[in-house]
Write a protein that binds this ligand. Structure first.
Ligand SMILES: Cc1cc2nc3c(=O)[nH]c(=O)nc-3n(C[C@H](O)[C@H](O)[C@H](O)COP(=O)(O)OP(=O)(O)OC[C@H]3O[C@@H](n4cnc5c(N)ncnc54)[C@H](O)[C@@H]3O)c2cc1C
Length: 373
């Protein structure tokens, strides 16, 4: 049986970033079911750092994470973790009030420019004429998720911790003062602390351990890629989003990508795009922009997994010693990962709260105890 100080279940961004942070002071083993890291949600995202989603706490966690992306720790990566991409949230006249409300919320976290119709079209010439209002954050970041995942992996290995892939956890038992975890391949690992960073599967992992689930809701989101009109200056386009949750699009590897911002409830699974959502994505692109989607080049789907209040569940379970939750990162798991990793490590190691905003209680998984899962 292999022993360490901390076992982490899940080799997505949540598990790897927490493991990299924890491995500064503990021996950590990460167990990932798939043969590669980031195979599920972390490898399928829109990879933005922006403030147009989530509530105050999510925005604060995003703000706390930015310096890490802009200036990663020494030796973390040989390539930039992302590049600057402006974020434009736009509105028709009938949506202007919603834009005002969002402006007031985001302004607490980012320097925003208010744009009139001319400004909106200068920043994004692909929008239809009815996009009369906009707010722009010129400092948005488009992340490189591969660099982020690999950087965390490199850091945890350098600090003497390890990742086991093709290690799907099948059973979990608390014996004496340690969690004993057995994989489908029959290997057994033990540690006094178990971190549940299993993304959409985190409630299932909790059940395996006899811990009450927090009631996670995985929701599928679809993305398509397609050609931009000939002559489009792709490198100058922003990440452009309707003020309501209707459509976003941005440049992607010489083409455009778009999502109809679907939130279809799903079981935890290898999410596949649904044809109706693919068609809806193309329809909304044509409805809100001047782009004609003649051919869909590629499509994919991933799960965004939410708690009931859409804030992550981070902290020790109240009903099981040494069982730590790191789940419910919804649509913001990449952009909040540095702050979340520091929070997880400080709660596990008994250190002071490491970020400017938020409290342990706001993230505590105990807030769902006693509620029906
Ligand atoms: C379309 C889309 C767009 C998004 N856009 C953004 C964005 O712009 N910005 C942003 O910050 N976030 C975005 N997100 C959200 C972000 O991708 C997620 O919040 C984040 O990836 C969640 O990370 P995770 O590590 O919790 O989950 P995952 O990456 O799913 O990792 C969980 C891992 O646990 C493993 N696992 C599960 N069960 C077991 C088991 N029994 N044993 C061992 N391993 C197990 C799984 O194999 C998986 O690899 C988007 C997501 C989607 C789908």
């Amino acid at each position: 049986m292999a022993g360490s100080d901390i076992l982490v279940i899940g080799g997505g961004i949540a598990g790897l970033s927490a493991a990299a942070e924890l491995s500064k002071s503990a021996r950590v083993t990460v167990l990932e079911a798939e043969e590669q890291i980031g195979f599920h949600s972390s490898g399928r995202s829109a990879t933005m750092v922006h403030y147009a989603l989530g509530d105050r706490l999510v925005r604060a966690l995003t703000l706390s994470s930015r310096p890490f992306f802009e200036d990663p720790p020494e030796g973390f990566t040989d390539v930039p973790l992302g590049h600057q991409m402006p974020v434009l949230v736009y509105a028709r006249d009938d949506e202007a009030q919603a834009l005002n409300a969002l402006d007031a919320e985001i302004s607490l976290f980012a320097e925003l420019e208010r744009l009139d119709a001319q400004g909106v079209h200068e920043l994004c010439p692909l929008l239809r004429d009815d996009a009369h209002h906009g707010i722009a954050d010129r400092n948005g970041i488009r992340l490189d998720p591969h660099a982020l995942l690999q950087g965390n992996l490199r850091q945890l290995r350098r600090q003497g911790s390890e990742l086991r892939t093709a290690a799907r956890v099948r059973s979990i038992e608390r014996r004496a003062s340690a969690w004993e975890v057995t994989t489908e391949a029959g290997e057994t690992y033990a540690a006094p602390i178990l971190v549940n960073a299993a993304g959409s599967w985190a409630d299932q992992v909790a059940r395996l351990a006899g811990v009450a689930p927090v009631g996670l809701e995985p929701k599928r989101r679809t993305i398509i890629t397609f050609d931009a009109p000939a002559g489009t200056a792709l490198d100058r386009l922003p990440f452009a989003k309707t003020v309501g949750d209707e459509l976003y699009f941005a440049p992607e590897s010489g083409r455009l990508f778009a999502s109809p911002m679907d939130e279809e409830p799903s079981e935890p699974c290898d999410a596949q795009p649904d044809e109706l959502e693919v068609a809806l994505a193309a329809h909304r692109v044509e409805e809100r922009t001047i782009v004609k989607v003649d051919r869909i080049h590629s499509r994919w789907a991933g799960l965004r997994t939410f708690t009931r209040d859409r804030r992550p569940a981070v902290g020790f379970a109240d009903d099981a010693e040494g069982f730590f939750w790191l789940a419910g990162q919804g649509g913001f798991g990449l952009q909040t990962s540095p702050a979340m990793a520091r929070i997880a490590a400080s709660l596990i190691l008994g250190k002071p709260w490491p970020v400017a905003d938020g409290t342990p209680g706001e993230l505590s998984p105990g807030r769902f105890l006693g509620q029906p899962a």
